[in-house]
Design a binder for this molecule. Sequence first.
Ligand SMILES: N[C@@H](CCC[C@H](N)C(=O)O)C(=O)O
Length: 282
Amino acid sequence: MEFTKGHGTGNDFVILPDPDGALDLTPDLVAGICDRRRGLGGDGVLRVVRAAKHPDGVALADTAEWFMDYWNADGSFAEMCGNGARVFVRYLLATGLATATDGTLPVATRAGLVRARVDGDTIAVEMRRPRLYDTSHATLGGLTLPGMAVDVGNPHLVCALPAGIDLAELDLTRAPDFDPRVFPHGVNVEFTTPGGPLDGSDGHVLMRVYERGSAETLSCGTGACAVAAVALRDAARDTGTITVDVPGGRLTITVTEDSCWLAGPAALTATGTLTPTALHPR
Ligand SMILES: N[C@@H](CCC[C@H](N)C(=O)O)C(=O)O
């Protein structure tokens, strides 16, 4: 099985080319591949399959040639992965599987069509405008934090830390508890604290994330979009550009009237051959 490894601000993925959808990808196989000691290691898997050849992509096959079949590290599916989409596009361009027409490239995902724009090291993807839909809370250790539920195609809970709690000190080795009535399919939880003023940005936020299906990651693109939407709501603005710093780097989010652009670096780091039968069984 041929693979490529890549990351966007430290959110890392194993990319599996499977143009005709012939690969028998199972939750156990994905979990084995993403195992950081006994597999390749990754926050998730991006299977590269023609939209026409995947049941979840076929409806978009007229608009996008490629479908991003995203899986979390534990073998579960997610509707959307913002950093994954950026790395997916880097892969399509680097391998010549696609070219950007007028600098843009459409990609089919479970959350619908995303449009990518390429500018050197930076890849930006246009996704749906985040929708703030409920208040809820997360509990971490003994700490219960109020938060805002945000739909970015996948579910998020954005929790601002109160003064006196240091973002860097949070223990994210264990999953935060959340209300399953608000998030019946699980949730990605973002913890935030304000960043200092930045020129050319309407806001600056520092974020850490505990991802559904992948535990703490160094970055989450859809999570950063959720955080940006909450920051704009707090500033009584409808649109604007928010800089979100994550442990793996910097993301720039531009929320418009009807969409959301997520921009940042995306890199490919290795290629090789994987021996599925040698992976540790889950
Ligand atoms: N890291 C991703 C989000 C991946 C999916 C998430 N874990 C979920 O289950 O919804 C991103 O960059 O958006």
